[in-house]
Design a protein around this ligand. Structure first.
Ligand SMILES: [Fe+2]
Length: 399
């Protein structure tokens, strides 16, 4: 039976997609969020809009054990949106609340859909830049992961794409462009990269640097330090994406400098902190590398450089324009780790600040190096937010 209809087939079950819900919550619309996941799931990972949202937590099993008591715990708000892990148990709760007379809708796909949802924002470029290229930040809101699409003269490059590769294909096709290259800033530890699959599907080169001692089993086109990728030449415009090796978070971490102004830093530098160097078991060595990358490799870049990271820690880091970004000159005075003068002190500070590693990070790294895993397994690993920054609390950003 079609679960989107009730038994009479007369009125469809009320549902709402994450793509509709999240912008409404971001605008601060009056919606009551009813989360019916169990306590552990609820505490571990919450929907995080840009405005505070009234949330009530009543586990699904409370509705099954004592429906009346559970329903009585739900305030009669103007609209009650019900959320669970995958959208199944919340559908049952929606039916119960409807019978009780509440106006209610089920979040399609639940937190899994939230974790996969991609929200693109175009960067507001200078007029002379906008005539030559577009740059989009693609925000995977549920995980706090950021990827980027650069389009110039009908050619496109994507950096750090997530697993929803069809989305990236459609996004560029809608703009009349085609990908010429797929890049990863590093071997990710918090999510499975869509890079290798996207490149395979499109028949274009894929580049990632794992660093010395690591072997990538995907087909990889090497990209050396300082090498430039040109885009848009066929259409008479041309921009450059320059690789700048910035080891530390991982030994192969690479930043990409777009048109001499927009710096895609991966997990090297965030807008409120720096990447964690401890995920390979070499926190001191990699921490020193990170110190020198930040000081020496990025130290000479102009203050007006726009820093575009691969992760962020919370909705408070999303600016009014909808972007997560910072001016390098500003970050040099606001990011505490950039104030530190010696590698020893930097390593001490960064090592002392890291939180728990991302769940299943060792397995995720193996898959990103070319290992295999089932869809179901990957989906489970990817639940929850990233934990990639060397800082705790609000300052935490991306792994
Ligand atoms: Fe990372």
């Amino acid at each position: 039976m079609d679960s989107s209809s009730n038994s009479t087939g007369a009125s469809p079950l009320a549902t709402i997609d994450v793509a509709e819900l999240l912008p409404r919550l971001d605008r601060g619309e009056e919606v009551l969020l009813l989360d019916v996941r169990n306590q552990e799931e609820y505490e571990g990972w919450k929907l995080e809009p840009r405005q505070p949202v009234e949330t009530v937590h009543v586990p699904y099993f409370d509705f099954i054990e004592d429906p009346e008591a559970a329903i009585a715990r739900v305030p009669h708000a103007r609209e009650v949106v019900v959320l669970c892990a995958k959208g199944g148990s919340s559908e049952t709760v929606v039916d119960m609340l409807k019978e009780a007379g509440l106006l209610t809708r089920n979040v399609t796909g639940g937190m899994v859909a939230y974790g996969e949802y991609l929200d693109p924002t175009a960067l507001p470029l200078e007029p002379l830049e906008a005539a030559r290229f577009s740059l989009f930040q693609v925000n995977r809101r549920g995980k706090g992961c950021l990827s980027y699409v650069i389009v110039s003269g009908g050619e496109a490059v994507v950096v750090d794409p997530s697993r929803n590769v069809s989305w990236y294909e459609a996004f560029v096709a809608e703009r009349g462009a085609r990908y010429v290259r797929v890049l990863d800033t590093h071997v990710h530890a918090d999510h499975v990269s869509g890079g290798p699959e996207l490149a395979r599907r499109l028949g274009v080169p894929y580049s990632v640097s794992a660093g010395a001692g690591f072997v990538v089993d995907h087909a990889v086109t090497p990209l050396s330090d300082g090498e430039q990728i040109r885009l848009g030449g066929r259409a008479g415009v041309s921009i450059e994406v320059r690789a700048i090796r910035t080891p530390g978070h991982t030994p192969g971490s690479t930043s990409f400098f777009v048109d001499g102004r927009y710096l895609l830093t991966g997990d090297t530098l965030f807008v409120a902190s720096v990447g964690r160097p401890d995920l390979g078991g070499h926190a001191v060595e990699w921490g020193r590398d990170l110190f020198f990358s930040l000081r020496d490799r990025l130290g000479d870049l102009p203050p007006d450089t726009r820093v575009l990271p691969a992760h962020y820690g919370g909705a408070s880091e999303i600016s009014d324009t909808g972007l997560v970004w910072g001016r390098l000159g500003d970050l040099r005075s606001t990011v505490p780790e950039l104030q530190i003068d010696t590698p020893e002190e930097f390593v001490r500070a960064v090592s002392g600040a890291v939180t728990d590693p991302p769940a299943a990070y060792a397995e995720i790294i193996k898959v990103n190096l070319g290992g295999s895993a089932s869809e179901e397994q990957i989906c489970e690993w990817e639940l929850g937010k990233n934990q990639c920054a060397a800082a705790s609390g609000q300052r935490a950003s991306g792994a």
